[in-house]
Ligand binder design. Structure first.
Ligand SMILES: *Cc1c(COP(=O)(O)O)cnc(C)c1O
Length: 362
């Protein structure tokens, strides 16, 4: 079976890990600091705060933006559940806005309607889903007009660009994940990016028990730290990220060429001047056809995945909170139709040829 993911661990990763083991400093230390600096530099921000995972990055980023109990935070329902859970961690209320069915990302027109209607929205948490940036021109225009804090969930979009500027550098703060299946990984891990000196200082306290100096704790903090061991893997992975992105884009381009004329599926849409890094290569297929197609792919040795088969507010826990089905019609429809195909950089030419042949044979 051609798998959906294959984490790459090579010589460089092993060498970096060995250095950390030999140093005897396995918890936070200079590898974490080095990783923070290189990832922030790569993404075009002043500061990076490496920490435990993408979810803790989101939670910390929201706290850095001053999100507090009872605040409203607008977000998309078509994402991984951690996106909106991080809002709940702050005691705040997720307000869901519908997506653009072409890009699968938050729809700025619907966003403005919500901002007009809902009073005192504290922040907007956008997601660059599958590695495709949101419409940042429209969102930054709304930010200027309605004065909310902007947080970017960039957990799937390391290195993605909107008009040649990298995601994670547009908002007041942004969050990345280095979970084992992301475009680059540290096993578990995450980073928050910001350009704000005070937010950076505050975020560092949040992830380290609220510590200010050695023995003074001035705010409620957590242990959200990253280890040197994980950071060492991250340093090695970041050096290779651009190559891997190029391979993902090449695989996607090959699929697009081969599949664009098939009438039972719809290839991904990438607007001009957006750099999509294809964390997922996701097609749309009629809901009633999907299950049969997945079975057919599996029978022929092609793995696939559904991200996500339900909008967040339809999850049992969110229903308990009072959210109702029908809130975001496009997102609900898209969740029934999406299917992701293997696109990772370890695929061989034989693999991608086979994937195309099998799909065409359907
Ligand atoms: C992976 C992911 C997260 C959570 O990251 P973890 O490192 O698994 O905690 C959050 N949001 C999105 C969109 C993700 O893909």
């Amino acid at each position: 079976m051609i798998s959906m993911t294959y984490p790459i661990i090579g010589k460089r990763e092993r060498q970096c890990i060995k250095e950390v083991l030999d140093s005897r400093i396995l918890a936070s230390g200079k590898y974490v600091a080095q990783f923070e600096q290189s990832f922030a530099k790569y993404s075009g921000t002043r500061f990076g705060i490496a920490n435990a995972n993408g979810t803790t990055s989101l939670h910390t980023a929201l706290l850095m933006c001053g999100v507090k109990a009872e605040d409203k935070v607008v977000t998309t329902p078509f994402s991984f559940i951690a996106t909106s859970n991080s809002i709940l961690f702050c005691g705040a209320k997720p307000v869901f806005v519908d997506i653009d069915p072409k890009t699968f990302n938050i729809n700025p027109v619907e966003l403005e309607q919500i901002l007009r209607k809902e009073k005192n929205v504290k922040a907007v948490l956008i997601v660059h889903l599958y590695g495709l940036p949101c419409d940042m021109d429209a969102i930054l225009r709304l930010k200027k007009k309605y004065k909310f804090k902007l947080i970017e969930d960039s957990c799937q979009a390391h290195g993605a660009e909107f008009k040649s500027k990298k995601v994670g550098s547009f908002g007041d703060a942004s969050a990345f994940s280095f979970y084992a299946t992301k475009n680059m990984m540290t096993g578990e891990g995450g980073i928050i990016l910001t350009n704000d000196t005070r937010a950076n200082k505050f975020g560092r306290q949040i992830i380290n028990h609220g510590r200010n100096g050695h023995c003074t704790h001035t705010i409620l903090g957590y242990n959200y730290r990253l280890t040197n061991l994980a950071a060492a893997i991250g340093i090695a992975q970041l050096e290779q990220l651009e190559d891997w992105i190029a391979k993902r884009i090449a695989n996607a381009k090959k699929y697009n060429e081969a599949l664009k004329d098939l009438d039972f599926l719809q290839i991904p849409f990438v607007p001009k001047n957006y750099k999509h890094v294809f964390h997922q290569y996701t097609v749309r297929i009629a809901a009633k056809e999907k299950r049969k197609f997945i079975k057919y792919l599996a029978k022929n040795g092609v793995g696939s995945g559904i991200y996500y088969n339900s909008v967040i507010y339809k999850q049992p826990f969110y229903k308990q909170l009072g959210y109702r089905v029908g809130l975001c019609k496009n997102a609900e429809k898209i969740a029934r139709e999406v299917l992701s195909l293997p696109v990772h950089p370890s695929l061989t030419k034989t693999d991608t040829d086979k994937i195309i042949e099998v799909i065409k044979g359907y």
